[in-house]
Design a binder for this molecule. Structure first.
Ligand code: F6R
Length: 613
């Protein structure tokens, strides 16, 4: 999603904001731009370019060391294509005000029509540009940047964070936020703003996270915080303790591979503090949920997008088996407009790595409005979804930078297993023996994942054989079906290959027509209860010439003669196998994408955090 940076102070403004933007590159973008209110006055200097930051930098040679208050932006196209005119900053007709924006101005078409009638000329197709003309119009009347920005903000509806710099007021930046994330970095005689903390970490560790409705005036001497109407507010800065290295690749060629390798540690971290000495699960964040309260929930609804939705599919099965209640799982973008059957009797789980996904956040708000109790599973601490839930159980994956989710997914699964067990124990639905057995098996998972990663060479060999194929199917039954969906998503998003997942029993109801020599069919077969059924499906594929890649437990040999290739994983309790069986699938997707020379960490058309609808 869009990246925002800003700087006021003695460093060269342009260089500083571009260096800050580099820390946000991982979020995905398609154009970039910078504006500086150069010391000594004159008009703003604004440079923009479609494409990656390197393209912009190549056009900045004359401006690189320019001093003055500066803002910069990486854009992920929403309104208008990824062109240079549509790149931010947008600027007033006299070139004295520049503005960058993350989010959506919902009423921009009416405002644009109104401004055009008044004689304003638009240089882009974006919703953002109306905002800078509104600020300019208000400035002509009021002669104050602060008053002008405030007036403009009263006229727009939608979700935004903005930053403004102007040659009307040198050495001053303004920013405001109603939805998309925005933080301030506090320095000595200099200050920073950004859409995410990593952008400021190399300059300062003192950070203020702005809340919805905050407005900030930023000069080298300090920051003044108010609400949108001008009332003073105070936000306590906090010290960022993360190691800068945690946000870097740590020796791996890609963040994705680094993050795959981090999974055993992330899983162990996620278990930490949530198991008792007597081998039971206890989640402090859910302490308030009593047996009586849980009994009042007639059903459970899980809502999420993409990979997080696939984690929800695993949880549905696990919760239903353990809690003996209907569990529905919905894609957030469908849920929010479906007039959902949610009430005070609904326990609603919201799953999101970023905690900022616009559809998921809107679904949360809708479920809350309808009276549901909201428990979220989130990775980013302090994110909107975490803050707006009744309870939030954090995954402990650490920053996930690759657009394709890996460690966030397995830690989401881990948290969901823990939640299922915690609730089942409170409701007295499982015996101590079962509970402890699950706990022992959960504790063994980081090692099982480590051992799959240790066998990556076998997957590499397979990837080399498959990288030139163009059609992939993923089949599974039960828990394996949920993993098949996630495995197919991983392959398609980073290798741009066509990959489809099916419940294996569905094959003969249509997709079997597509199986022919050359088609790769990855068959997940880890569920003993349906293994024989799966075997029949695999034989149907083999009989039609499809290339079968079996994913089986290491002690399973019934596929040895049917499968063309086998990926073996340690045998674990079948309910927990998704955490292990997804790992060779992540590696396969990664290695195929690498063979094909794809931009793995920043796949085309995708963004890490989807904060617009
Ligand atoms: C795929 C992927 C996406 C996200 C989805 C939801 O690898 O990462 O499908 O899972 O955009 O994002 P969060 O979890 O941040 O709400």
């Amino acid at each position: 999603m869009c990246g925002i940076t800003g700087y006021v102070g003695p460093r060269p403004g342009v260089r500083t904001v571009i260096e800050m933007l580099r820390r946000l590159e991982y979020r995905g973008y398609d154009s970039a731009g910078v504006a500086v209110a150069a010391q000594g006055g004159g008009d703003m200097r604004i440079v923009k370019a479609a494409g990656k930051l390197a393209v912009l930098e190549s056009q900045l040679q004359d401006h690189w060391e320019t001093h003055g208050a500066a803002i910069a932006h990486t854009r992920w196209a929403t309104h208008g294509g990824p062109t240079t005119p549509n790149a931010h900053p947008h600027f007033s007709q006299d070139g004295k005000i520049a503005l960058i924006h993350n989010g959506i101005i919902e009423n921009y078409q009416e405002l644009r029509a109104e401004l055009i009638t008044e004689g304003f000329v638009f240089a882009s197709e974006t919703d953002t540009e109306v905002m800078v003309h509104l600020v300019d119009r208000a400035f002509q009347k009021r002669g104050s940047m602060e008053a002008a920005i405030r007036e403009a903000l009263t006229l727009v509806t939608g979700a935004y964070s903005i930053a403004v710099c102007s040659s009307h007021e040198l050495e001053t930046l303004y920013c405001a936020k109603t939805a998309s994330p925005l933080i301030l970095g506090l320095g000595e005689g200099e200050n920073f703003l950004a859409s995410d903390i990593p952008a400021v970490m190399r300059y300062t560790r003192s950070v203020i996270v702005l809340e919805d409705g905050d407005f900030a005036k930023i000069t080298p001497a300090g920051v003044t915080l108010t609400d949108l109407t001008g009332g003073a507010i105070h936000r306590e800065p906090f010290a960022v303790t993360w190691d800068e290295q945690t946000a870097e690749k740590g020796g791996f060629p890609h963040f994705m591979l680094k993050e795959i390798h981090e999974q055993p540690r992330a899983l162990a971290d996620t278990l930490r503090g949530r198991l008792t000495d007597s081998e039971r699960v206890f989640i402090p964040e859910l302490e308030g949920f009593t047996k009586e309260q849980l009994a009042s929930f007639s059903h459970i609804h899980i809502v999420a997008c993409g990979t997080a939705y696939h984690a929800g599919m695993v949880a549905k099965r696990f919760f239903e088996n353990l809690l003996r209640r209907p569990v529905e799982v919905s894609v957030a973008s469908e849920f929010r407009y479906s007039d959902p059957l949610v009430s005070q009797q609904t326990l609603c789980f919201i799953i999101s790595q970023s905690g900022e996904t616009a559809d998921t956040l809107a679904a949360l708000r809708e479920a809350k409005r309808l009276g549901a109790t909201i428990v979220s599973v989130v990775n980013v601490v302090g994110s909107s979804i975490a803050r707006e839930s009744h309870a939030c159980v954090y995954t402990q994956a650490g920053p996930e930078i690759c657009v394709a989710s890996t460690k966030a997914y397995v830690t989401q699964l881990m948290v969901l297993y823990l939640i299922g067990l915690h609730l089942a124990a409170v409701e007295e639905r499982i015996t101590d023996e079962t509970h402890q057995g699950f706990v022992r098996d959960l504790v063994a998972l980081p090692d099982a994942v480590e051992s799959v990663i240790g066998n990556a060479l076998l997957v590499e060999d397979l990837a080399a054989k498959l990288a030139d194929r163009s059609v992939f199917f993923y089949l599974g039954r039960g828990y394996d079906y949920a993993v098949a969906l996630e495995a197919a998503l991983k392959l398609k998003e980073i290798s741009y290959l066509h990959a489809e997942a099916y419940a294996a029993g569905e094959l003969k109801h249509g997709p079997l027509a597509l199986i022919e020599p050359g088609v790769i069919v990855v068959c997940l077969a880890t569920q003993p209860a349906v293994f024989d059924k799966m075997l029949s499906n695999i034989k149907e594929v083999a009989a039609r010439g499809g290339t079968v890649v079996g994913v089986v437990y290491e002690n399973e040999h019934r596929l040895d003669t049917t499968a063309d290739h086998l990926l073996r994983i340690p045998a674990v309790r079948p309910e927990l196998s998704p955490i292990v069986s997804i790992v060779p699938m992540q590696l396969l997707a990664y290695l195929v994408a690498q063979q094909r020379g794809c931009d793995i960490d920043m796949p085309r058309n995708l963004a890490k955090s989807v904060t617009v609808e």
